[in-house]
Design a protein around this ligand. Structure first.
Ligand code: PLP
Length: 396
C-alpha cells in the first residue's frame, strides 16, 4: 500500500535536496544560551536564537519550574475547561494582562494556536480581515480557517492599507492584522498610522507581538509601548517561546468580550491540552522579573545599537531595524550560505536566508541579538563578519 506514495515522497525529498532547500538540524548538547556546545564538540556563539532576553537558561526560571514540579505536578492531562485549569494558569493569564495593559488573557499551547484560533470564533463571511503581506504563517493559516473576506496589503504600506480598507467598507466588521516586528527585516509595523486608519475606517486592530514583546519599547512592553498606544489595540497575540523564557506557550490578550468568546469557541483552546504547570510557574516568575526591572531590555538595546553601529561602520549593508533583529544584506543566495558556513568555522552561529523565505535576490544573514551576549561576544562576531566579508569580497 505504501509503495506508490513512498516513491512519490522520495522524489519530492530529492527535489528539495536538489534545490538546496533541504532543512538540516544542527544538534545542540548544552542549554540554550550565548555560548552553546554542538554535538560535534564545537563551542560557538549563538546569534540565531529568539532568546532575546537571555532567559532560556535563566536560573530563576529553572528554579521556578523545578519548585512547581513538587507543588503542582508534571502535566494536566486535560483541556482547560474540563479539568486542566490550575491556579497557576489563572495567575499567568492575569500577569500577561498586567504586562500589556489589557483586560483579559487566554493561554494556548503556542502562538501558532493562538493565531490559528482567533479569527474563526469572531468573524463570519460578512466581515473582513485586512492582513499585512509579510504576516507570520500562523496568521495566514488562521485567516484560512475563517470565512471572512480577505484583503492583503503590501508590507507596512499605509497607502495600500487605506485602499484595502476602502474596499472593505461594505463588510460588517473589519480587522487590520499585523506582526509587531517582521522577522526577516526587523522593521516594526507603523502602528501610529494604523491606529489613525483604523479610526477613520472603523476597523479593529490585531498585533502579533511574538518578536516584539519583551524586546521593543523602553520596558519591553512591545510595539504598543513604542508607539504609546497601550490599550488602543483590540487583540494582541504573543508567545512564551521567544524572549519570555523560550519554552512553549502562547496567548491572546485584549478586550474582555473577545477573550470570553475565545474561551467558548476557539478550537485550539477547547480541543488541545493545557500548558504544563512548570511552564506556567516559570512564566509567572518571568513576568514578576519584568515588573521589577527593565535591566535586560537596557542591555539588549545597548547590545543591538552597538552591534548594528559597528557593522555599519565596517561597511555592511544593514536593513533599518527597530528590534533585536539585524539583517545583513548579501542579496545572493549562495553567498549567504557560504558566508554562514565560514562564520561557523569562526565560532559564530548564524543562518543565511534566501528565497523562498525572503524575496528572490534579497538573501541575507539574520543576526539576533540577546541580553545574554557580552561585549566580548559582540566584538568576536564583528571581527569574524569583517574577516569573512573581506574573504568573500563583500567588503572592500
Ligand atoms: C514565532 C512566531 C509565532 C509562533 O509562536 P509559537 O509560540 O512558537 O507557536 C507566531 N507569530 C510570529 C510573528 C512568530 O514570530
Amino acid at each position: 500500500m505504501y509503495g506508490k506514495i513512498k516513491d512519490h515522497l522520495q522524489k519530492e525529498l530529492a527535489s528539495i535536496q536538489d534545490a538546496g532547500l533541504y532543512k538540516n538540524e544542527r544538534i545542540i548538547v548544552s542549554p540554550q544560551t550565548a555560548k552553546i556546545k554542538l554535538e560535534s564538540g564545537a563551542e560557538v556563539l549563538n546569534f540565531c536564537a529568539n532568546n532575546y532576553l537571555g532567559l532560556s537558561n535563566s536560573p530563576e526560571l529553572v528554579e521556578a519550574a523545578k519548585k512547581s514540579l513538587d507543588t503542582h505536578g508534571y502535566g494536566m492531562s486535560s483541556v482547560r475547561f474540563i479539568c486542566g485549569t490550575q491556579d497557576l494558569h489563572k495567575t499567568l493569564e492575569a500577569k500577561v494582562s498586567e504586562f500589556f495593559g489589557t483586560e483579559d488573557t487566554i493561554l494556548y499551547a503556542a502562538c501558532f494556536d493562538a493565531n490559528g484560533g482567533v479569527f474563526e470564533p469572531l468573524l463570519t463571511a460578512e466581515d473582513a480581515i485586512i492582513s499585512d503581506s509579510l504576516n507570520h504563517a500562523s496568521i495566514i493559516d488562521g485567516v484560512r480557517l475563517c470565512k471572512a473576506k480577505r484583503f492583503r496589503y503590501q508590507n507596512a504600506d499605509m497607502t495600500d492599507l487605506e485602499i484595502k480598507l476602502q474596499e472593505a467598507q461594505s463588510q460588517r466588521f473589519r480587522i487590520i492584522v499585523t506582526d509587531g516586528v517582521f522577522s526577516m527585516d526587523g522593521n516594526v509595523a507603523p502602528l501610529d498610522k494604523i491606529v489613525e486608519l483604523a479610526e477613520k475606517y472603523d476597523a479593529m486592530i490585531m498585533v502579533d507581538e511574538c518578536h516584539s514583546a519583551g524586546v521593543v519599547g523602553d520596558t519591553g512592553r512591545g510595539v504598543t509601548e513604542l508607539f504609546d498606544i497601550r490599550g488602543k489595540v483590540d487583540i494582541i497575540t504573543g508567545t512564551l517561546g521567544k524572549a519570555f523564557g523560550g519554552a512553549i506557550g502562547g496567548f491572546t490578550t485584549g478586550r474582555k468580550e473577545i477573550i470570553d468568546i475565545l474561551r467558548q469557541r476557539s478550537r485550539p483552546y477547547l480541543f488541545s491540552n493545557s500548558i504544563p504547570p512548570m511552564v506556567a510557574s516559570a512564566g509567572i516568575k518571568m513576568f514578576d522579573m519584568m515588573a521589577e526591572t527593565s535591566e535586560l531590555q537596557d542591555k539588549l538595546h545597548k547590545n543591538t545599537d552597538y552591534f548594528v553601529g559597528q557593522m555599519k561602520e565596517a561597511g555592511f549593508d544593514i536593513k533599518p531595524t527597530k528590534s533585536a533583529i539585524c539583517a545583513i544584506m548579501l542579496y545572493d543566495a549562495k553567498l549567504s550560505q557560504d558566508f554562514a558556513s565560514k562564520l561557523l568555522e569562526e565560532g559564530i552561529y548564524v543562518i543565511g536566508f534566501y528565497y523562498p523565505v525572503v524575496a528572490k535576490g534579497l538573501a541575507r544573514i539574520r543576526v539576533q541579538l540577546s541580553a545574554a551576549h557580552e561585549q566580548a561576544h559582540l566584538d568576536k562576531a564583528i571581527v569574524a563578519f569583517t574577516k569573512v566579508g573581506k574573504e568573500l569580497g563583500v567588503l572592500k
